[in-house]
Design a protein around this ligand. Sequence first.
Ligand code: PLP
Length: 388
Amino acid sequence: MSIRQPSILPRILLSPPHVSGREQAYLEDAIHSGWIAPIGPQVDAFEREMAEYTGSKGALALSSGTAAIHLALRLAGVSQGDCVICSTLTFVASANPILYLGATPVFVDSEPETWNMCPLAFQRACQDLNDRGMLPKAAVVVNLYGQSADMEPIVEIANRYGIALIEDAAESLGAFYHGKASGTWGRFGIYSFNGNKIITTSGGGMLVSDDTDALDQARFWSTQARDSAPHYQHSEMGYNYRLSNLLAAIGRGQLELLEERVERRRYISQVYSDRLGSIPGLHFMPEAPNCRSTRWLSALTIDEEIAGFSVNQLLKCLEFNNIEARPVWKPLHLQPLFENAFYYPYMEGHSVSDQLFTKGVCLPSGSSLSDDDLVRVMDAIESCIQNR
Ligand SMILES: *Cc1c(COP(=O)(O)O)cnc(C)c1O
């Protein structure tokens, strides 16, 4: 068998930054204006444009999505000893800020339809915690891989129990649920502009809300909580969490092309499922009705018994071809960091996130992936299957 030397083929990455060229003009503007600072006109404009795009009353630009979650939890009144509900199938950044506040995360499982928080399991968690006298102040609901959770029932349950909903839309900027932007369904929503996200500022985040008083409070905390006095006076603990004016300039250039980025990622996902979807044992992540996922990552599961090959075999084979692919996030209730946390599965004895973790793979999905490279990924997958 002759094998093409894979090392001479350039590496295909999972979700690299996609530079448009429009960042340059804004960036030059920022530099020439002298605003090389964590405040400035680019920050103000980026906040306005993000509020406008998402349909929120206000937006606060921050140094990361993690910082935005931290401030949202503090705005929700979370403090030492409180419980906070969090989706289990997510990146650790969804839950770390719960620990920053000395609170205890409680994890809720996914549903098969969206891979996101199951409303019934959420309801069960709220009722059980309430019965134990541990009713959570807040819940962090994650929209995985660009797809919104089923927000209508989740909002209804949260309201019924008086729980503040924080939507972790780090992966779903550009997605819609029932015609309304993902990230605007809770009391607070957060986005991330980390390098791997659909648009990036290299690093950065945004907190959005219709509660502009709350955003003012968060703005105050994010700039070291300086009381209004000429001599630095402080009555509360603050943080240094603001976004640089230079990075906001990059963000504005990126935001202009968000719709194109979403279209490209959706196209990539469609091409994958059209060509590979009929392979026995392969199931692509579903798209929920009445929703537009951004398909930030194209994800699928492999039923090893039916497909005749495993996730690890596929990952190894793609790696051999110099193609980056990843397993689905390891659920947080399985992480050593959270080994004593409460966990509410989909059903008694049936954890959906455990299965998605065991069977799931994310394929290269960047909007800069060329048609040729897309074909290269699919050829590699098919040859892996044939040569197993
Ligand atoms: C990327 C990400 C975050 C963290 O965002 P940063 O800007 O990197 O701090 C939080 N939650 C989820 C689900 C993410 O994917």
